[in-house]
Design a protein around this ligand. Structure first.
Ligand code: FES
Length: 320
């Protein structure tokens, strides 16, 4: 993380089965940098891990940040560390907020679809839309009612009538009908989705089938929800500024191959989610393995995420 903020865990709460909420305040009591709905922070965790978490409080609340963390037994340690090793009073290092999932505040209607813990950025968006007195609805999908993050807060909140819960263990009639919920596109109507890859793929496919334009379907993947890797073989990268050519071996990332030669690209998630390592590509055919660029941006083939993406051609020329 380049710029670092030092925060203290002011409160740790249980927000659903397996979900812990953390309220973070500046360790020196100062105000924290402002953020916009949909933003996330990087959190440096015990053991040297860095993980991204969406801010779920109202963006007008500059005195604290709030994140919700699902305990994921399959995780590489990030969520476990926060659940088990980080308690109230603990001091953490975080990055300033960044927003790759911004809200279009000019929308005539915003449809927010959350899969499980994917509700966190949408919670901040819902609070912003409510403050703007804008038209919106929030649909929260989870396996059971007990596993629906922030359910109590949403049910008791000011915009409870705009929130709908769907559970897999409900009667069929209460499970989400994606086609009916998403409906036909209309000018000024925007769709936001965050959740596990399967949920996002289903929402995207439904919106596509209903002829929604890509530009009005906004997606935020979790860190770790990776697509299968493409371009597994070795290849070369050429640095345009000096003409140096560096070999990227089969099991080594472009970032690591460059770092071994003394060329450092800033990295945060190292999973193709956050966009920190975005690099311009001047020639060659990219094998995109990230979840950050849109399909249209990937097809343009003029930028890539070297922490995870590779090459289909023998060489990539990079704007470095
Ligand atoms: Fe996050 Fe590469 S470091 S996308």
């Amino acid at each position: 993380m380049s710029t670092v903020l030092t925060v203290r865990v002011a409160r740790k709460t249980v927000e659903a089965e397996g979900v812990a909420g953390f309220r973070l305040v500046a360790a020196d009591g100062a105000r924290l940098p402002a953020f916009t709905a949909g933003a996330h922070i990087d959190v440096a965790l015990p053991g040297g891990l860095v993980r991204q978490y969406s801010l779920c409080n109202a963006s007008a609340q500059a005195d604290h940040y709030e994140i919700g963390v699902l305990r994921d037994p399959a995780s590489r340690g990030g969520s476990q560390a926060l659940h088990d090793a980080v308690h109230e009073g603990e001091v953490l290092r975080i990055s300033p907020p960044r927003n790759h999932f911004p809200l279009d505040e000019s929308a005539t209607h915003s449809l927010l679809l959350a899969g499980g813990i994917g509700v966190t950025p949408l919670l901040s968006m819902a609070q912003r839309l409510h403050a703007l007195q804008a038209d919106f609805s929030l649909h929260c999908c989870s396996r059971t009612a007990a596993r629906a993050p922030y359910r109590r807060r949403l049910e008791g909140g000011a915009f409870a009538h705009k929130v709908f819960f769907h559970h897999d263990d409900d009667a069929v009639a209460q499970r989400i009908d994606l086609a009916a919920t998403i409906g036909a596109p209309a000018p000024g109507k925007h769709l936001y989705v965050c959740g596990p890859t399967g949920f996002i793929d289903a929402v995207r496919a439904t919106a596509h089938a209903l002829h929604w334009p890509d530009a009005r379907v906004h997606v935020e993947y979790f860190a770790g929800a990776m697509a299968p890797a493409d371009g597994q073989g070795s290849f070369e990268v050429e640095l345009r500024s000096c003409g140096r050519v560096i070999r990227v071996a089969e099991s080594v990332s472009v970032v690591d191959a460059l770092a071994a030669e003394g060329i450092d690209i800033p990295v945060s998630c190292a999973q193709g989610v956050c966009g920190t390592c975005l690099t311009r590509v001047l020639a060659g055919d990219v094998a995109h393995n990230d979840l950050y660029l849109t399909p249209a941006e990937q097809a343009a083939n003029d930028q890539f995420l070297p922490c995870c993406s590779r090459a289909r051609s023998p060489r990539l020329v990079l704007d470095l």
